[in-house]
Design a protein around this ligand. Structure first.
Ligand SMILES: *Cc1c(COP(=O)(O)O)cnc(C)c1O
Length: 465
């Protein structure tokens, strides 16, 4: 299995190198050269299996010879052992034909743990084999950072630096990033918004001296291994609801397009997914693009669903690559236009996208109202992101069973949940002391040179090197 860049101008890589690299050297994102498929019989045979067994069968064809069967099965087992639910990704019924997929039972209470816990295991295995060390730099709107720190804290071959927008993450998210005490963890609060964090991260990858000098690795959702790990719960949930014998639709609260793109991969692998519905908050570039074909950036307006406060949706590039029949030159052209403010998707590509994806946008008021309403109608306490999903799903509900992804635990966003329900959602007991632990964070400006210097300094001191 080899991986190629969406911009058509970087070397093809193995799974291992794709995972350790993150962004391609031509600025593109890695995707599998061909997408393996599972037959109707293969999928039917997964009924009743554990999450871990389904994970093995779904991901195995993508991993190639990076890990043996035995090692890969062991990494999967370790990745999900720390989850607070035996089903890992349990389904809850909301209405006659509507189900909630709870993806918040991992150690940092958001779906990011599904990929990050596995990536932590895979990095450790690959790096300990080669004796190399890497510097992981991540940009976060809150949940990726906490999940990455949790997955990499204390690992001997890795330093992890997380850039988050100062003042724009929830207190629980911030504390999950600033309270770990391990020396290899570095939380950086940047003056700016998430798009600034993501832009500086991309700049670091495009600065080859820096990139090679610190052995930069990325774990943002541009990392293919992240997308891959998320393909699994589309299979596990759809199979629980009767796939492959009947089709299922999914609604996905979306920011960087990583989670929903994993659903597209599941569909391409043969899972009968009828529609993938993009749910956005007021930062609605994806919804506008699917409506009008115009992908035009606007400034980010902070919302009560901060993990979706994004205007440049990185993984959309992967969707465009396929919609443009894998024409890397065409994608490069669009991305160059994006730097100048935006682009128009061609009519053919737009039709392809609309065949796969539908979309909806939810205002702040309607998000809050949905949290109140869902509690009254179903007894479920939703986080604001999940509430956006449920609202858009209801607008798109048809005869096909609908699964909405619940992307975070309500206790991660207590202010919005308390406003809507009158109750402060409690953290699970294992993290009840989060507010008592001391915080450790470095304030940084939105400046590439300063950031690179800080990272170089930090990794050259102490026990590393
Ligand atoms: C990251 C995140 C999202 C958006 O996921 P993408 O893969 O970026 O589309 C939605 N909700 C929550 C809670 C998140 O942490």
């Amino acid at each position: 299995m080899r991986y190629i860049s969406t911009r058509g101008n970087a070397p093809a890589l193995s799974f291992e190198d794709t995972m350790l690299t993150g962004l391609a050297r031509d600025g593109g994102l890695y995707v599998p050269e061909t997408i393996p498929t599972l037959s109707h019989g293969d999928i039917a045979a997964m009924a009743g299996l554990s999450y871990e067994e389904i994970a093995f069968r779904v991901m195995r064809p993508f991993v190639g010879d990076t890990f043996t069967d035995e090692v890969f099965a062991d990494l999967i087992a370790k990745a999900y052992a720390g989850f607070g639910h035996d089903a890992r990704a349990p389904l809850v019924q909301l209405a006659p034909n509507h189900f909630l997929l709870e993806l918040f039972h991992g150690p940092t209470l958001a779906f990011k743990d599904f990929a990050m816990q596995l990536i932590g295991q895979m990095f450790q295995e690959a790096l300990s084999r080669s004796g190399k060390r890497v510097t992981i730099v991540g940009a976060t709107s809150g949940d990726t950072g906490s999940a990455a720190i949790e997955a990499f804290r204390g690992l001997s071959n890795v330093d992890v630096f997380i850039l988050y927008p100062h003042g724009r993450v929830s207190e629980v998210q911030r504390r999950q990033m600033t309270t770990p005490t391990e020396d290899n963890v570095h939380a950086l609060a940047l003056t700016g918004d998430f798009d600034d964090c993501q832009a500086r991260l991309k700049d670091m990858f495009n600065d080859f001296d820096f990139r090679d000098g610190v052995r930069l690795a990325g774990v943002n959702s541009i990392n293919w291994a992240r997308v891959l790990a998320q393909v699994v719960y589309y299979f596990s949930s759809a199979i629980s609801l009767g796939a492959p014998h009947r089709p299922i639709s999914f609604t996905v609260p979306t920011g960087n397009f990583g989670d929903i793109f994993a659903g597209y991969i599941a569909k391409r692998m043969g899972l009968p997914i009828e529609k993938l519905v993009v749910a956005t908050n007021q930062n609605d570039i994806l919804h506008r693009c699917l409506m009008t074909g115009g992908y035009v950036t606007d400034s980010v307006i902070p919302s009560i669903s901060p993990s979706m406060d994004i205007q440049v949706s990185s993984n959309f590039e992967r969707a465009l690559f396929d919609a443009y029949d894998r024409d890397g030159a065409a994608v490069s052209q669009l991305m160059a236009e994006l730097k100048a403010g935006g682009f128009h998707v061609s009519q053919g590509a737009l039709e392809t996208l609309r065949d796969i994806y539908a979309s909806g946008r939810v205002s702040e008021e309607d998000t809050s109202a949905m949290i109140t309403d869902a509690l009254a109608r179903t007894g479920e306490v939703l986080c604001p992101h999940s509430a956006i999903g449920v609202k858009v799903a209801e607008d798109h509900q048809g005869a096909t069973p609908m699964v909405t992804l619940a992307t975070a635990h309500p206790a991660k966003f207590p202010a919005a949940v308390k406003d809507a329900t009158g109750h402060h959602p409690a953290l699970p007991p294992r993290m009840a002391d989060l507010f008592d632990r001391p915080e450790r964070v470095t304030r940084v400006e939105n400046d590439l040179t300063d950031l690179e210097e800080l990272i170089r300094d930090r990794i050259s001191v102490g026990t590393h090197q």
